[in-house]
Design a protein around this ligand. Structure first.
Ligand code: PEP
Ligand code: MG
Length: 767
């Protein structure tokens, strides 16, 4: 890597060069007796291989100082003497930023810290790369050159590959003394608190289980290369067979989309991938370490890739490598669902169907990398009362399978490996929360009436028979939104009309005379059933879903309508259609319903006593012409999750844009106000069933713009009713109306201040 040497650093071919280097590193570790000798041999090997004047390894001490452990090129007296704090000097900066740092003029870099004992005065070029394992910075690998030169991307990549391997061997015990390895182990297992965003409130604790479990612990260097090559070959064969089986067998697809599996297959059969794995094994690594090594190389390449599609594939590629690692460890059991004891499930992304695959008794909390409050996985988690936090992509790297984790769904934090006092504090909070819940149960008979006498109807959102006991616990008026698609998502095939009928009958029986509004299956968007082919839609939320699918595929809606009619024989049936865009779409839905009613009559079967039809207002097109829709139905319900998504043109599932626009935007609130007025003028009742009302300030704003019927997640009912009793609907309505034209992006802060001034109980919904 010196300027004198202008040839590419690895004999012209990067992968081959890395392989040679790995082999030399293997020899270095195998040959030397003491930990210091092994490290020194490594720095010598790396420096020679990358043609650097200096190669140094700094390791992080438990006191968070970075200590020079070995060097080739700097003064040897500096070893174990030179120390830098995290963030101090270029080395400290690399550790702090956890990113490579490249400069051709180190002494003039603003972060440069001079350490005379190292004798590094004449060194200009600097490349530092962090040693990261399980999300923790274990140290820094540095190469330096006297001449001012820029390291190429290829060179940076090579040093990153070496750093990844060094981090692995530092943790495996093959590099350091027993004592030092214990220090590294301790660092990897310190208690940590990570902050993200709250999605489902409540607190929970349990052992971390990964949706995609991490690779089991393994040795890094092979004792017999031939054995490792055979193991790798066998692992690849099993991997390919398992991916083929998944593709062939529709029933086993589970929640994983076919697209992803097609990509797995591509990678699983990729010749280049296999060649690189084999080369890594022949350089002296175990099959597992080879997979890790190639995975890390791919990762750094993909992370630098600009193309978002390519970056997304990173997730798939990681998954494939993980599967291979599990197969290599002898774990042939890919089955999910079974959980032993209290569990916190940790994943980067997750769909609602995947969540439903898990055993609910032991699933206590959820930690997701990316998800929004109105995504369907959040809705299902809320229905199941599973505390959930998001924005914690890091969690996967920072905790290990089996670590104890506390999920604080109120604050949006998690505590990994908490100390005993944190555990105790949370136990007390949990107790307090259950006491509060008991208090809400006692208040359930109190009227949901504002201080100035406006009655508000509070219903619950549901989707499983399991939700129905909440009706009684909360004293809710009924089920304002029963998401029937959940049954469609749980199974591996379309539920039969008989199975649907059984569920609807059970739900109506459990409701015991309270109204239940069944929303016909809204499949599509993020609620894809593995057995249905949605084609390759670029924008599934705006694609073939809800009523659109029902219009095109009577084969799905007709059995569902038949099941609903049969289950509600002799009782009142409420049916609501999702994702209405044009009023004419309702004519199609009605025509199908009428056919099913005729069918019953022809056969002399029992019909519902009364059928009430509703439409969801979820698209701006439907909201703008709500009176046309209203003319065709008995009631409408504003699906605020989707309506806000389409109003702001901001994907409700995208972490990046979800919090960018607030529903407390004066434009959106006045838009809702107009919709309500128009619907009422058309003579239909109008409710609001978006999840936003689970937030107290949102809920108060919705009352202010005129909503009087709500359907909210069950856990919000008690606190919501308490909030209602503390509000003056006229007063907040006047405030909102005077602000409809305000230029603010959001009225949240000012409205919150107003509510607090008026003594509204807005802290209560968080329970
Ligand atoms: C909505 O969009 O607000 C709604 C209630 O429906 P879902 O969340 O199921 O799309
Ligand atoms: Mg919706």
């Amino acid at each position: 890597m010196s300027i004198e040497n202008t040839r590419p650093p690895h004999g012209g071919h990067n992968d081959q060069g890395i392989t040679v280097l790995l082999r030399r590193m293997h020899d270095a570790v195998a040959q030397e007796a003491s930990a210091q000798q092994r490290l020194d041999h490594l720095t010598r090997t790396i420096a020679a291989h990358v043609v650097a004047d200096v190669c140094s390894i700094y390791l992080r001490r438990p006191d968070d100082e970075l200590e020079l452990y070995s060097t080739e090129g700097l003064n040897r007296e500096a070893v174990h003497r030179t120390r830098l704090g995290i963030g101090e000097g270029l080395v400290g900066l690399v550790a702090q930023s956890r990113r490579p740092l490249v400069t051709d003029d180190a002494p003039h870099h603003p972060a440069f810290a001079y350490r005379p004992e190292t004798g590094e005065d004449p060194l200009s070029a600097f490349l530092g790369v962090p040693l990261i394992r399980s999300g923790k910075t274990l140290g820094v690998l540095v190469v330096q050159n006297r001449t001012a030169r820029n390291y190429t991307d290829e060179e940076v990549e090579a040093v990153q590959a070496v750093a990844a391997l060094l981090a692995e061997i530092a943790a495996s015990g093959e590099l350091l003394s027993q004592e030092e390895t214990a220090v590294v182990g301790e660092m990897l297992h310190r208690p940590e608190t990570l902050s993200g965003f709250p999605i489902v409130d409540g607190v929970a604790s349990g052992a971390a289980v990964f949706l995609q479990p991490p690779a089991p612990k393994h040795k890094v260097f092979a004792s017999d290369v031939a054995t490792e090559a055979t193991r790798l070959e066998q692992g690849l064969t099993e991997l390919r067979a398992s991916v083929d089986a998944m593709l062939a067998d529709n029933a086993s697809l589970g929640g994983v989309s076919r697209d992803v599996l097609e990509t797995y297959r591509l990678f699983a059969y990729d010749r280049g991938w296999k060649d690189r794995l084999r080369a890594a094994v022949f350089s002296g690594l175990t099959a597992e370490a080879a997979v890790e090594q190639v995975k890390n190389e791919n990762r750094s390449r993909l992370l630098q890739a600009r193309d978002p599609y390519l970056r997304e594939r990173l997730h798939d590629l990681d998954d494939l490598a993980h599967r291979l690692l599990r197969l290599l460890s002898g774990d042939k059991n890919g089955a999910r669902g079974q959980l032993d004891g209290d569990t916190i499930l940790v994943a980067r992304v997750m769909g609602p169907a995947e969540l439903l695959e898990y055993d609910r008794k032991n699933l206590k909390g959820l930690v997701l990398g990316e998800v929004s409050a109105t995504s369907h996985v959040a809705i299902v988690a809320r229905a199941l009362k599973i505390p959930m936090v998001t924005g914690l992509g890091d969690a996967i790297d920072r905790c290990e399978q089996g670590d104890q984790v506390i999920v604080d769904g109120d604050k949006g934090e998690i505590h990994i490996r908490p100390t005993s006092d944190v555990v105790e504090a949370f136990r007390a909070r949990k107790e307090l929360q259950s006491e509060r819940q008991e208090a809400y149960v006692k208040e359930r008979e109190l009227p949901a009436r504002t201080k100035d006498g406006a009655d508000v109807t509070v219903m619950i959102n549901a989707g499983l028979a399991l939700d129905m006991p909440h009706l009684n616990d909360t004293g809710a008026h009924g089920v304002g939104l029963f998401r029937t698609e959940l049954q469609f998502l749980i199974g591996s095939q379309l539920p039969s009309a008989t199975a649907q009928e059984a569920l609807y009958r059970e739900v109506l029986d459990l409701a015991d005379g309270k109204p239940v509004i069944f929303r016909t299956a809204d499949i599509g968007g993020d609620k894809t059933a593995a057995y249905m082919d949605h084609g390759n839609e670029m924008n599934p939320a705006m694609g073939w879903r809800g009523l659109r699918m029902a219009v095109d595929r009577p084969g799905i809606i007709r059995p569902q309508l038949r099941a609903l009619l049969a289950a509600a024989a002799g009782r009142t049936l409420h049916i609501m259609f999702p994702m209405v865009t044009l009023a004419s779409e309702l004519d199609h839905a009605r025509a199908q319903l009428e056919r099913e009613v005729d069918r019953i009559r022809r056969r002399g079967g029992a019909e519902p006593e009364k059928i009430l039809i509703g439409a969801m207002i979820e698209t701006p097109a439907a909201a703008w012409r709500i009176e046309e829709i209203a003319a065709k139905v008995d009631f409408v319900s504003i699906g605020g999750n989707d309506l806000a998504q389409f109003y702001f043109a901001a994907d409700r599932d995208s972490e990046r844009v979800q919090r960018r626009y607030d529903m407390m935007n004066p434009g959106f609130l006045s838009f809702l106000h107009q919709c309500l007025e128009k619907a009422r003028a058309a003579g239909v009742s109008v409710s609001y069933c978006g999840e936003q009302a689970a937030d107290p300030v949102n809920a108060a704003a919705l009352i202010a713009v005129g909503v009087r019927e709500f359907s909210v997640p069950a856990p919000s009912v008690g606190p919501f009713r308490r909030l209602i009793r503390s509000l003056d609907a006229g007063e907040i309505g006047a405030w909102a109306a005077s602000e409809f034209g305000a230029p603010d992006d959001t009225l949240r802060e000012r409205f919150t201040a107003f509510l607090l001034e008026k003594g509204a109980n807005i802290a209560s919904i968080e329970g």
